[in-house]
Design a protein around this ligand. Sequence first.
Ligand code: SF4
Ligand code: SF4
Ligand code: SF4
Length: 180
Amino acid sequence: MTTYAMVIDTRGCIGCGDCVVACKNENKVPVGLNRDWVVEATRGEYPNLETEFRSERCNHCGHATCVTSCPTGASHYWKDTNIVLVAEAKCTGCKACIAACPYDARLIMHPQGYVDKCTFCHHRVDQGLDPACVSGCPTHCMHFGVLDDRDSGVSRLLRERRAKTLLPETGNQPHVYYLL
Ligand code: SF4
Ligand code: SF4
Ligand code: SF4
């Protein structure tokens, strides 16, 4: 089993949206739909306000409720990894996975009738490349790699810096980390 993770340094994110554009170009995401998006979260009280930009997408959960809820097996893990994919031909468009995802990461109903989502660009990962959004980030605040490998960049970052995942309490075991 290989566990892939994305580690994003929120302090380096300027909210430019280039990750969204890179994903659309790479994956030919239909006009009006996105596999990733940038959230602007403001905390604190005036005048002590803090803004965080977060590039979000599917968390490629270790315990993915979208996979367990899919009645047809369309939602599945790629090879022996945590990368969650949708087999287009098996998807009936029932939307059970959309209801089961606590991250609202599956809001895309592709015009051809199947649920679309982030694939961690597994076609690029297969060639030893980073996902398109990671490669396209102009501030290099996004990192991708194998979590089980102690020497990988993502493992090192998670050892050296504090990080959070979104909604850890769901038990889904998300694999997109945000450095604090
Ligand atoms: Fe599934 Fe949602 Fe987890 Fe992605 S974030 S693997 S769509 S449950
Ligand atoms: Fe599975 Fe498709 Fe239904 Fe989602 S919409 S649960 S992928 S069959
Ligand atoms: Fe899009 Fe690939 Fe980034 Fe997922 S990993 S958001 S599919 S570019």
